[in-house]
Design a protein around this ligand. Structure first.
Ligand code: SF4
Ligand code: SF4
Ligand code: SF4
Length: 377
């Protein structure tokens, strides 16, 4: 089970495309007592009902580093005591990296086996700014170098926008010889508040899709790259093992194994799905069983299953599983609970086709059925 935790609904930045702005204004933090209560509750449930479960705690925000390194040290100590080796578990933190200090570097060094860091960074463009509208790219890059000097793996989550898409090859060149990884995302939804003199930064689906396919082609043809392109790598893993669950977009039951936890304990389907009608309850007050069997959750799981019927006949259906249902629901008029195929369908098709052919050429595939040749596992 993946818990995406809004550790703090507050941020020191004010990025142009941030879809968390209304949450961040609350400036609400998850207390240590509440965090440990939540961990204890899920630990009790899975130790009793399914000790095979892997618990993934994803500490997001706002900006989680605002909580200070000591908060996370206490969390990990608590997890070690409660979960120990009786359950498999790990933590990730998603940060804008502007607040990195020695204490966080020490924390990441000490607990590298159960805590990894994702860095939200766009490399170019003026979309990531602080409260005074000052570009923070140089500050983040300086902190990236500090992490690299300390031997800590750098994994980037980069939003492709109109401000950096022209620099895609420069980003690639900068990282290609490093033991780094990068995932490209599209701006989620429409920014609620945009400075009046700025055009939208969001790439259209076709633009995002073309950019991602182009850089994937480059990565596949580049035998010498040490960089891991996460979007492509996960398609590859999915083709080699359809049961692989490394990227939620391609999980058949992504909504079954994801939950977002707000700082006040409110539970939602995932971090891009904070809609009041879809609240599952409150992790601090409700029994976990009640959250799992809540009506909105059951309705969403059924809708996801039904929506995937739209992909019948697609040769990649067993691998792609319809993509991300959130993108689908937010692209439709909200008249009914409809979780059809992902509006980025063409991009998924292109990636599966391109990477599938690559695997076949590399001798890892064989003809299976018309239109598509299944890769060997
Ligand atoms: S760092 Fe993240 S949460 Fe903070 S303003 Fe930027 S996009 Fe929003
Ligand atoms: S709805 Fe989309 S973002 Fe949320 S868990 Fe599923 S695939 Fe991931
Ligand atoms: S590629 Fe498109 S049609 Fe095929 S499974 Fe994915 S979203 Fe559905």
């Amino acid at each position: 089970m993946n818990y995406i935790i809004k550790t703090i609904q507050g941020c020191n930045l004010s990025c142009i495309y941030c879809y968390e702005q209304s949450h961040n204004r609350l400036n609400l933090a998850l207390g240590l007592d509440d965090a440990t209560r939540f961990i204890q509750k899920v630990a009790d449930y899975y130790l009793r009902n399914n000790p095979q479960e892997i618990l993934a705690f994803h500490w997001h925000g706002g900006e989680p580093m605002l909580m200070g390194a000591d908060f996370f040290e206490q969390i990990i100590r608590f997890q070690t005591g409660v979960l120990g080796t009786r359950l498999r578990w790990y933590n990730t933190m998603q940060s804008n990296l502007t607040l990195l200090d020695d204490a966080f570097i020490e924390l990441l060094e000490r607990y590298g086996s159960c805590l990894t860091l994702g860095i939200s960074f766009d490399f170019f463009g003026d979309d990531r700014v602080d409260g005074s509208n000052k570009n923070v790219n140089a500050r983040v890059w300086k902190n990236v170098r500090r992490l690299q000097s300390a031997g800590i793996h750098t994994s980037f989550l980069t939003t492709l926008t109109r401000g950096n898409v022209e620099h895609l090859d420069e980003i690639y060149d900068l990282l290609r010889s490093q033991d780094a990884s990068i995932q490209f995302n599209q701006v989620f939804g429409a920014p609620k508040k945009r400075p009046f003199n700025r055009p939208s930064v969001r790439l259209r689906n076709t633009q995002f899709s073309a950019a991602l396919q182009r850089i994937t082609r480059r990565w596949l043809d580049d035998g010498g790259a040490r960089l891991r392109l996460i979007n492509a790598d996960r398609v590859m893993r999915k083709l080699l093992d359809p049961m692989s669950t490394r990227m939620c977009w391609y999980e058949k039951t992504c909504l079954e194994c994801h939950m977002a936890i707000c700082a006040d304990g409110a539970v939602f389907p995932c971090d891009s799905f904070y809609v009041k009608d879809f609240s599952y309850g409150n992790i601090l007050h409700d029994p976990y069983e009640r959250i799992l069997s809540s009506k909105p959750r059951k309705a969403l799981l059924a809708a996801q299953k039904k929506g995937q019927l739209e992909c019948r006949g697609c040769e990649f259906a067993d691998y792609c599983n319809g993509g991300c249902p959130t993108r689908s629901i937010f692209s439709m008029p909200r008249t009914e609970l409809h979780l059809g195929k992902d509006p980025l369908c063409a991009m998924h098709r292109g990636l599966f086709e391109m990477i599938g052919q690559h695997l076949i050429r590399a001798g890892r595939g064989k003809p299976a059925r018309a239109g598509w040749r299944q890769v060997e596992r």
